[in-house]
Design a protein around this ligand. Sequence first.
Ligand code: HEC
Ligand code: HEC
Ligand code: HEC
Ligand code: HEC
Length: 444
Amino acid sequence: MKKYTTFILVGIIIVLAAVLIGTLVYLKNQPPQERAFQPIVTIAPLEPDSSQWGLNFPNQYASFLLTGQNNTDTVYGGSSGFSHLERDPRQVILFTGYSFSREYNDDRGHEFALTDVRAIARVDATTPGSCYSCKSSNNPDLWNDLGLAAFDSMPFAELGQQIDQTIGCANCHDAESMRLVVTNPSLEAAFEVQGIDWRDFSRQEMRTVVCANCHVEYYMVGDDRILTFPWANGTRIDQIYAYYQELAFSDWTYPGTGTPLLKAQHPEFEFFTAASTHSNAGVACADCHMPYVSDGAMKYSSHDIHSPLLNPELACGQCHTDVEYVTGRVAAIQTQVFTAKIAAEDAIIDAITALLAAAADPNADPVLLEEARALHRQAQFLWDFVSAENSMGFHNPEYALSILAEATNLARQAQMLAAQASGHPDLLQTGVYYTLDPVPTPVP
Ligand code: HEC
Ligand code: HEC
Ligand code: HEC
Ligand code: HEC
């Protein structure tokens, strides 16, 4: 009996061992596991043509192309590219003497970038190549070939002959690995100045940083018009303003008041990352603007980037259960910020009106006048930083309201000093803008 038991046990062990060996041999001879995706074509490094990348990634490409069809507006944003100057003629006064008083339209989809930059009335014979920096997927290749200085200093029209693609895959992705990358050498340099290597960022951080290739404040340096981000002191508004002060940089001088002014660009990255609730919580630009969508069982990031208010279920609903509540919050925040923004504009225009009179008065106190100009300069940059940012404050509501409150405060001080400089209390009048006849309208 004992013999039989041993026999059976040994038999079982042999069978089990055979099965194990068989299984191992079988597994070893299986073909290597397939990657989730097999490229159909090999994409050349820095390939400018997005349709080539589209052969491998049809969903991302198809959704990307939709940005060329979007035309729906929201209360403060959207995709029609409406004129800021027509909606808010105060901005014609605020930008008098500068090209933005000629034409200034709301941003629209990425597919339109190249068409729009070529059509804008601000472009003329003096426009440098730098203005193509955020408009084309030809750039990474051209930066590589020409170098940044040759790219930026080349006249806009001449560089344009080498550009036939709008924004595309090569602006955000490395062709071989599809990783998100910094492609704009000006962004690379701006991080370097702060001692930051973008390669150390996590994947989630790159889902914000990749947008900073373009959605940032910038200016152009020297005769070569090198595109530069004013981040050496940091990216908060006070640090950026201090940077421009150290350089005594200005974009233009306001006609009549003599104020050297700065034009803010589109500082979405700086604004959002300045300790906003969402940024602090680790939320990225792509979370709201590129939510995951499905094609059957395939999930992919929608590359149809636009206002999240047009698809809040997808954009906000992934994290917030009560989508109606949070979109209601957006409306409330934007209305508050808009109201504060208009109050700042009125205050700055009152300051300009007083400064125009004081500067024309030969007896005005030059020291007080200069102080008034300095206050006008700062007020206008603070206001514009919020105004040119495209979310009407939503990306960072408290920050927007505190900046606008300070802008209004500085503008009122500028007005008072201008009145004091020329000793004319009637320069303390407010709301003069509304009595201007005719009310300024954009130059066609
Ligand atoms: C928590 C969600 C969220 C995050 C994160 C976010 N945004 Fe937005 N963004 C919005 C909302 C909401 C608006 C307002 C849209 C409107 O008014 O129609 C907006 C507006 C914009 C607009 C203007 C859109 C238009 O229709 O004109 C741009 C450009 C933009 N965001 C870029 C960015 C960038 C770049 C980042 C990261 C630095 C970012 N956003 C982070 C929600 C977000
Ligand atoms: C404005 C920047 C930007 C552009 C332009 C862009 N992408 Fe993306 N892409 C992203 C971001 C952000 C992600 C999310 C990456 C992540 O989560 O790591 C992404 C993800 C992807 C992925 C990974 C899978 C997925 O869907 O999340 C693929 C593949 C991809 N993109 C293909 C493309 C193709 C093809 C193009 C050109 C038609 C393109 N992308 C253009 C920013 C961009
Ligand atoms: C290569 C430069 C570039 C990069 C990178 C880039 N953008 Fe843009 N973006 C632009 C330009 C330029 C426009 C305006 C185009 C126009 O008005 O013709 C724009 C427009 C937009 C708009 C407005 C769309 C609409 O329909 O109103 C949103 C929203 C936006 N970008 C978000 C993002 C986000 C989020 C990222 C990062 C994932 C990003 N962008 C990366 C250059 C860029
Ligand atoms: C990836 C996740 C994520 C997405 C997407 C997201 N949020 Fe949030 N949201 C958060 C987190 C996390 C908080 C902070 C919650 C907390 O601390 O209680 C927050 C807070 C908020 C708050 C309160 C802000 C405050 O200062 O108290 C509002 C309003 C809000 N989100 C609106 C939106 C809207 C609108 C969208 C879509 C456009 C959106 N969120 C998309 C994660 C997200």
